[in-house]
Each structure stands twice: as C-alpha cells, then as structure tokens.
Design a protein. Structure first.
Ligand SMILES: CC(C)(COP(=O)(O)OP(=O)(O)OC[C@H]1O[C@@H](n2cnc3c(N)ncnc32)[C@H](O)[C@@H]1OP(=O)(O)O)[C@@H](O)C(=O)NCCC(=O)NCCS
Length: 268
C-alpha cells in the first residue's frame, strides 16, 4: 500500500491529510537515535498531541521577546490556530511541498525544525489573521519580530496561498499588496516590491506554480503568470506570460511553454 509520502501531491483539504501528515512526521522525528538531538525532537514534536500544538509551541518559542512572554504568545497563537484551522493545514502543506521540491530536505521534520523560511511563513500566517481581525499593532509586531529573527520581511496584509516553499529565505521582502497563489517557490533575496511610483495596489501578483529565483527583484503591480520561472538576480518590470522563463536585468523571456524559442526581443 502506498504510504503518505508516496502519495504526493496532496491537497490539504483531503480528509485525514493532517492526521496522516502528523503521524508520518512524528514517526520520522521520534525514531531518532542521536541522544544529543532527542531532546530537541521531544520538546518540539514528540511531546505534542497534534501538529497544531507543536506549531504553537515552536512559533511562540521563536518569537518571544522581552515585551511578549512565551506563555502569552502561546495563548495568542493557540487561539489563532483554533479560530483559523486553515493555517494549520496550510503549514502542513508547506512542509509537504518543501519535502517534495527541495532535494536538500530529507524528511518532514527537517523544515519544521530547521528551515527559517518555514518559520517566517507560519508567523506571517498568524500575523495575517491578526491583521484581518483588526489587531494591526500586534500584526506589525509579528512582522517586525520575524524580520529581526529571520531576516525575512512579509507585510501582514499580503495574501499568500498554500504549498509554498521559501528556500533559505534571508533577505526576502514581500510588500503589502502582494498576492502569491498556491504552489510557489521563492528563494533568498527575492523582493516583491513597489516601484516607488504608485500607491494603492502596487505590488506583484505571483500566479500558481511559479519559481522565483534567488535575488530576483519583481517591482510594481504586474503579473507573473502561472508556472512561470524568474531567473536568479533578474529585475522584472513587466508581466511575465504563463509557463515562460524570464531572466536578466531588465528581464527578457528566454523560454515560453515547453518550446525553446528566441524571445530575445520579447518585451515584458
Ligand atoms: C532561469 C533558470 C530557471 C534556468 O532556466 P532554463 O530554461 O533552464 O534556462 P537556460 O539555463 O537554458 O538558459 C537560457 C538562457 O538564459 C540565461 N540565463 C539563465 N539563468 C539566468 C539568470 N539567472 N540571469 C541571466 N541569464 C540567465 C542563460 O545564460 C541562457 O542565455 P542564452 O540563451 O543567451 O545562452 C535558472 O538559470 C535560474 O536562474 N534558476 C534560479 C535558481 C535559484 O535561484 N537557485 C538558488 C538556489 S540557492
């Protein structure tokens, strides 16, 4: 019979998804025989009854500071996850997607414990909930702590889907009116920013399934079409068609769909 990990890709709304995810991650983590690391696995995974509890504990421990105790954060995060269980499912789906896409990710416990892109993303999800609930100073506090702690700046008003991979993460900036759909991968140093010339809706829309390479700067209210790729260090100032690849500064299209074509003069 196919195991949970054989049955990729998953939809996080699939019945039993969260339970199977948790059982698999727990079995991987709690079978560890290295005495020195067993305590870390126990505190963060094995001692918890479910994934929501483990996530609450992890995020609270990461974000506590002298203004907000770990206990106060645990209360806030737990009540947020209870009110918005979609966050828990999205977090599990991010881990599964990362395992699926990242050759350097050996199991489900590794991104949960050690990948700061994952930690930043889940902290953002809580901040976004607080933002929508009108608790804006609290949401800004989360944004600020995430930036201080992980070097990743995600505005709490941004809208981000699920099955998202943030690889490495350092230096990522995601502006206020950014929309990121499901199944997107972002590498370190990506900026999804405004041009500085507009107000209102001024940040990019990243459609489903895109890959945005390390250091890419995507500026303005433009669209990166579904399943497009943006090369590392590119500067994108116009729309990128679906399933195409944009590279360079200013970015040009080097591939479109499955065909290799000469897009040297294709303006974006
Ligand atoms: C763009 C990318 C996805 C490759 O796509 P591809 O379709 O396989 O493209 P190719 O490698 O065949 O290159 C096509 C052209 O784009 C150029 N190119 C590729 N990546 C580029 C980049 N990041 N910047 C500028 N030019 C680039 C190639 O030199 C080639 O140019 P040419 O046609 O003039 O010879 C890949 O190069 C990339 O940038 N990936 C990002 C990965 C990343 O960020 N990794 C970080 C890990 S920590």
């Amino acid at each position: 019979m196919a195991t949970f990990l054989d049955r990729f890709p998953h939809s996080s709304s699939e019945p039993g998804f969260l339970e199977e995810f948790w059982t698999t991650m727990r079995a991987q983590a709690c079978g560890c025989s290295d005495a020195l690391i067993q305590g870390l696995f126990a505190v963060n995974i094995c001692n918890h009854a479910d994934f929501a509890s483990a996530l609450t504990s992890l995020i609270s421990a990461k974000l506590t500071d002298r203004a907000m105790s770990e206990a106060a954060l645990m209360h806030l995060v737990a009540s947020t996850l209870e009110a918005s269980p979609d966050i828990v499912r999205a977090a599990a789906s991010d881990i599964v997607a990362t395992f699926q896409r990242d050759p350097a990710c050996p199991d489900l416990a590794t991104p949960f414990l050690f990948f700061k892109g994952f930690h930043a993303l889940q902290s953002y999800r809580i901040a976004h909930h607080l933002w929508l609930a009108g608790r804006r100073p609290l949401a800004y506090h989360f944004q600020s702590r995430v930036n201080e702690k992980f070097g990743i700046d995600i505005h709490p008003a941004a809208r981000i889907g699920q099955r998202i991979t943030i690889d490495h993460g350092t230096g990522i900036v995601i502006g206020e009116t950014t929309i990121i759909e499901d199944d997107v991968s972002l590498f370190q140093g990506v900026t999804l920013g405004g041009t500085g010339k507009n107000s209102g809706q001024r940040h990019p829309v990243i459609r489903q399934g895109c890959m945005i390479g390390a250091g890419a700067k995507i500026l303005g209210h433009l669209e990166i079409g579904a399943h497009a790729r943006v090369g590392a260090a590119s500067v994108v100032l116009g729309n990128v068609p679906p399933r195409s690849t944009a590279v360079g500064n200013p970015a040009r299209i080097v591939r479109f769909g499955d065909m290799d074509q000469d897009f040297t003069n294709y303006q974006i």
